[in-house]
Write a protein of this length. Structure first.
Length: 581
């Protein structure tokens, strides 16, 4: 009888296989991402389809990849992650973390220029069943035999100091990323449909991943996302889609799906199966609709260019021009309704408006001015209120006040003229007059968040504590009423937080800002206001961390923080000086 005695190699192979399995399963349970982006993908079962892109790179190349390469993957819907982006218990193996992340990743990118051979061996084990692997190397670096294979896509990276060559390299890499992103979209769609027949929770997570991926793809294809932009939250993407496309009938569903995403992250949240069941079909239906949609700005300009000058007196030409003119008015009216808070009479004094929103504001003003010129041309009319709105958003103070007087002389109750006058006086530093006109706005529109909040801020600025305290409860009740009807109304949460801060109720104010950050983790107003509240509490380290994050997302907060009284106690702190310099 022959007895097959296992060799030492067989025993070691078996032990390594068990250890490998242990690493993959156990590390998934104990490692915590240091950023918010990978949370959804890491919460899925280990063999699930994800948007993770694992980067096996040496720590000396991390800054280069973070600044130059990661944004390209972000733009096409991938979530870049490396072993340095997760926190694991003390004593955990870095290789174990790496293997677990690789197992979950859809795409693996390896820069072999400065990786040690022992590291490459572990990589080769993890790559055994990977479909998409990118190997990046410098010109003189050969690909080691241990990671060669037909699935490898090779790119040659120039010296990182050679900026023109690096730009060419990134452009080449982006073409491949776009191709893989399209393939991932197809696979996610199929996986969503398959899972929806049996596992509603996983199907919902998969569908929301598909939503984020395809929105990024659409915004890139239509050149709406700015090149190099990183860290746009799902809510931020939905805001962009809402402004640039006609998605009115889907907007409530979009907000609902965002809300479900946060519930799905929390195992303690109870979600009814019938609620989960609707998510995959709803998202796929919305994405099918979006695939045929044209950005509104392109639609506006196309129609505008088609309008003929009315020199031709034929009725058919004039009627066609009127028809197109009315189409343009509908587009601008819809934009005004959708983005009322961002593009209303208060927009030009909003120092925290992002560069992207500011460029959209400029375009919105351009549309309004085009409509005004067409109105004069086609109707022979002079729309004073339209002139007022444009002048207000452009910050032409004296013109605004003159137009306000003209309108109010004929229409004393006109809320837009009252609001424009209040804001302009506020901006000019005429606070007592501004308060009177904010009161006149509230006479006509008692729930106007901006007028209400601005008035109380001016009470504080003028040292009118008695007046502030007497009217604060009324304001908070109005904000609460708005929030009860729409839990995701970030404007109402922020306004409530501001008033609570003015009342020195910093803990309650912080809770309001946290509500905003639950929905939109990159909301710069919430981050900045929370930093102010923490500074006033003397929680310096936390305040500086929040301020740093706000500034990283929007550099204009440097100038705002320099003048903000909330940071008076930090003005001599070297860390604060470094942040705002």
């Amino acid at each position: 009888m022959t007895i097959n005695t296992p060799t030492t190699g067989d025993i070691l192979k078996g032990l390594f296989s068990e250890l490998h399995h242990h690493w993959l399963e156990e590390m998934s349970n104990v490692m915590t991402p240091s950023t918010e982006e990978p949370i959804d993908d890491l919460a899925l079962p280990i063999d699930s389809l994800t948007r993770l892109c694992f980067f096996a790179i040496s720590d000396d190349l991390l800054p280069f990849y973070g600044s130059n390469i990661f944004p390209s993957f972000d733009r096409y819907g991938f979530t870049p992650i490396s072993g340095y982006d997760v926190i694991s218990p003390t004593g955990s193996s870095f290789i174990a973390v790496m293997l677990s992340l690789m197992k979950r990743a859809y795409l693996v990118v390896i820069d072999i220029s400065s990786l040690e051979s022992s590291y490459l061996f572990e990589i080769s084990l993890a790559l055994a069943k990977k479909s998409y692997v990118v190997v990046i190397k410098e010109k003189a670096t050969p690909i080691p035999p241990m990671i060669q294979g037909t699935q490898i896509k090779e790119f040659e990276r120039p010296n990182i100091a050679d900026l023109p060559a690096i730009r060419t390299f990134i452009n080449q890499l982006e073409l491949y990323i776009k191709e893989i992103s399209q393939q991932l979209s197809k696979e996610l769609r199929k996986k969503t449909i398959d899972l929806s027949k049996s596992d509603y929770r996983s199907a919902a997570i998969c569908a929301i991943n598909l939503l984020e991926l395809d929105l990024l793809k659409k915004l890139n294809e239509d050149e709406i996302l700015q090149k190099g932009m990183r860290g746009v939250s799902l809510l931020g993407l939905v805001d962009l889609v809402r402004y640039h496309y006609d998605v009115t009938r889907y907007y409530r569903s979009l907000l609902g799906w965002i809300s479900f995403r946060y519930k799905l992250r929390n195992p303690g949240e109870t979600i009814m199966p019938e609620e989960l069941e609707k998510i995959p079909d709803g998202i796929i239906g919305f994405l099918d609709y979006m695939s045929s949609q044209q950005p509104i700005n392109k639609k506006f300009l196309e129609i505008y260019e088609q309008i003929e000058q009315p020199s031709d007196t034929s009725s058919s030409t004039r009627n066609d021009s009127y028809k197109k003119f009315n189409e343009l008015k509908e587009i601008v009216n819809r934009l005004s309704a959708v983005e009322g808070k961002q593009f209303g009479y208060d927009s030009f004094i909003d120092a925290t408006l992002s560069e992207e929103k500011r460029s959209e504001l400029k375009r919105f003003i351009e549309y309004e001015e085009k409509l005004l010129s067409l109105s004069r041309l086609l109707e022979g009319s002079f729309d004073t209120e339209k002139q007022l709105k444009i002048a207000t958003m452009k910050g032409e103070f004296e013109k605004v006040l003159s137009l306000c007087d003209t309108i109010l002389e004929k229409q004393p109750q006109n809320v837009n003229a009252r609001h424009a006058k209040a804001i302009t006086l506020d901006r000019q530093g005429k606070y007592e007059e501004a308060i009177k006109w904010y009161d006149k706005v509230l006479e006509v529109d008692p729930k106007n968040i901006y007028a209400l909040t601005s008035k109380l801020i001016l009470f504080d600025a003028l040292g009118l504590r008695k007046e502030l305290i007497s009217e604060a409860d009324k304001a908070i009740n109005i904000y609460d009423e708005i929030i009860n009807n729409d839990q995701n109304n970030t404007g109402a949460w922020i306004a409530k937080g501001i008033i609570l801060s003015l009342l020195v109720k910093y803990d309650e104010a912080i809770k309001c800002y946290d509500k905003v950050l639950e929905v939109d983790p990159k909301n710069t107003r919430a981050l900045y206001n929370k930093a102010c509240a923490k500074a006033r509490q003397g929680r310096v380290d936390e305040s500086l961390a929040l301020l740093k994050e706000a500034i990283s997302l929007q550099s204009k907060f440097k100038e705002i923080a320099k003048e903000d009284r909330a940071f008076n106690g930090l003005k001599n702190d070297m860390r604060f000086k470094a942040l705002v310099q």
